[in-house]
Design a binder for this molecule. Structure first.
Ligand SMILES: NC(=O)C1=CN([C@@H]2O[C@H](COP(=O)(O)OP(=O)(O)OC[C@H]3O[C@@H](n4cnc5c(N)ncnc54)[C@H](O)[C@@H]3O)[C@@H](O)[C@H]2O)C=CC1
Ligand SMILES: C[C@H](CCCC(C)(C)O)[C@H]1CC[C@H]2[C@@H]3[C@H](O)CC4=CC(=O)CC[C@]4(C)[C@H]3CC[C@]12C
Length: 434
């Protein structure tokens, strides 16, 4: 099987319930047992029509059923950043869609109160307050885990955190997760990367309906995309390293485009900005600039699937990157947001940008200057800055089926459902604010 590689160029800164054998770290005996179980399972199915025949066969089935249920719930997953916007969706999705879960560990700097409600279910939910920058905390949390989904990160393109802090969390944090896998014997690592590791680049080149192999000059200067690109590279290079017990580490990276859905903070901010402006937003970006967006439920579903299938198809999926995609329409950032803000009573004024681009750029630069001047006194971090303007103003859309080909991904939520769910969430937010 040829190994597919990502097509971007340049350095970082510059519902299937499969059974089968799981390669559980340090548990060769379990593998042997699972192979045996598989064999038994076949034998059992073949003999099913002969049910009437013998008590011996019945005994075999009973044994088989017991072995199946013992097998069914045996995996320990750890989700770093599990209390964030995407993390909460991934945690809930895992509990709904991963029948082999025995324990779900949620590792985050800030634990959410909603975790309490999950603790009464059949899966053991363990909340761990910890910091990915602290190697010992990560290693302690990871001991005995089979799969880690690493999505803890500082998502900051507004200048709230320093470049050093972004690097520490996103890059050093990822190094710590990889080393903890090696030390503790965790064999499967899924990393939540970002479209930002590819682009848009500093030159503002469009990426139009591209896929994982589309050639593109990936050059960044901003700390966030730089850190994500470095971290992704570390994760992919770690594929194949031997973990404790001697088995190879299997890694892959998912690259969501701009995520939207219930709990999306930026959407909340834009909504409140609109309310402050008397229910209006003013078009700043030409409608022709397309921006890739993907529904949070589908991104979560993709994480669940990739984590499951990575265990079955390590040779194909190890070391690979996958864009996260669904059926959300290609639109400009602002027009897309209006799909949700419109039904909540907001209006986008203008069919063309109200201000010329040079003036917006000037305002963005002014915001950056003000941020720098005010830093000793307060944190001034508006949505508009030179980086976010460049992001919003550069076409970046994805058209790929790599995830479908490699691990059978199909979006769980249609566009209509994703839209309805997001609107419903915004309307509850709206009524609770009144
Ligand atoms: N929101 C988006 O549009 C996109 C997000 N991503 C990636 O998805 C991941 C999740 O992003 P979101 O849920 O949007 O962000 P978020 O900020 O809502 O969630 C990140 C979580 O990580 C936790 N965290 C931060 N620093 C930590 C530390 N030092 N130790 C432990 N936990 C820490 C935070 O407390 C938070 O719960 C990130 O890695 C991000 O880069 C990728 C593409 C798009
Ligand atoms: C905040 C930006 C929109 C500002 C509009 C303006 C200029 C009129 O005020 C957002 C435009 C594009 C967004 C980013 C994009 O979706 C890709 C991302 C991927 C990530 O991994 C994290 C988030 C983000 C950087 C996202 C952040 C907001 C925008 C810059």
């Amino acid at each position: 099987m040829p190994v597919e590689r990502s097509g971007h160029q340049g350095g970082p800164c510059g519902k299937s319930r499969r059974g089968g054998v799981e390669a559980v770290p340090g548990m060769a005996r379990r593998e042997e047992q699972a192979e045996g179980d598989n064999h038994l399972s076949l034998a059992g199915n073949e003999r099913r029509p002969a049910l009437v025949a013998s008590l011996g066969t019945l005994g075999l089935w009973l044994q088989q059923d017991m072995a199946d249920s013992a097998q069914a719930q045996k995996l320990v997953y750890l989700v770093t950043g599990g209390c964030g916007f995407l993390g909460e969706h991934v945690v809930r999705m895992l509990l709904q869609q991963e029948p082999r879960l025995r324990e779900l560990r949620i590792f985050d700097l800030h634990l959410g109160p909603w975790l309490e409600e999950l603790k009464t279910g059949p899966v053991q939910v363990t909340a761990i307050q910890g910091d990915v920058t602290q190697a010992h905390e990560v290693a302690a949390a990871m001991a005995g885990a089979h799969v880690v989904i690493h999505m803890a990160g500082l998502v900051d393109v507004f200048g709230r955190a320093s470049p050093e802090t972004i690097h520490a969390v996103n890059v050093q944090g990822t190094k710590n997760v990889i080393e903890a896998c090696v030390q503790t014997g965790t064999q499967f690592l899924v990393y939540t990367s970002s479209m930002e590791v590819v682009g848009p680049n500093i030159k503002g080149h469009p990426f139009y309906r591209g896929n994982e192999d589309t050639p593109y000059e990936a050059v960044h200067r901003h700390p966030y995309p730089c850190s994500k690109a470095l971290a992704e590279q570390l994760v992919l290079e770690a594929n194949g390293r031997k973990v404790r017990g001697g088995l190879p580490l299997v890694t892959c990276a998912l690259r969501p485009t701009g995520i939207y859905g219930e709990g999306h903070q930026i959407m909340r901010d834009i909504y409140h900005q609109g309310l402050r402006l008397g229910g209006r937003l003013f078009r700043a970006i030409p409608a022709s600039v397309e921006h890739g967006r993907v529904y949070v439920g589908n991104v979560a579903w993709m994480h669940v699937l990739v984590a499951r299938e990575l265990q079955q198809r390590a040779a194909l999926m190890g070391g690979q990157v996958y864009f996260c995609y669904d059926k959300s329409p290609y639109k400009s950032y602002e027009d897309f947001n209006m799909e949700f803000l419109g039904p909540c009573g907001l209006r986008l004024v203008g069919t063309r940008p109200l201000l010329p681009y040079w003036l917006l750029m000037l305002l963005a630069a002014l915001n950056a200057l003000l941020q720098w001047l005010l830093r000793p006194l307060l944190l001034y971090a508006p949505l508009l800055n030179p980086y976010t303007l460049a992001m919003a103003n550069t076409t970046f859309t994805v058209s790929t089926n790599k995830a479908q080909r490699h691990f059978g991904y199909e979006p769980l939520f249609s566009w209509e459902e994703s839209r309805t769910r997001t609107i419903r969430w915004m309307q509850t937010m709206d009524s609770s604010a009144q």
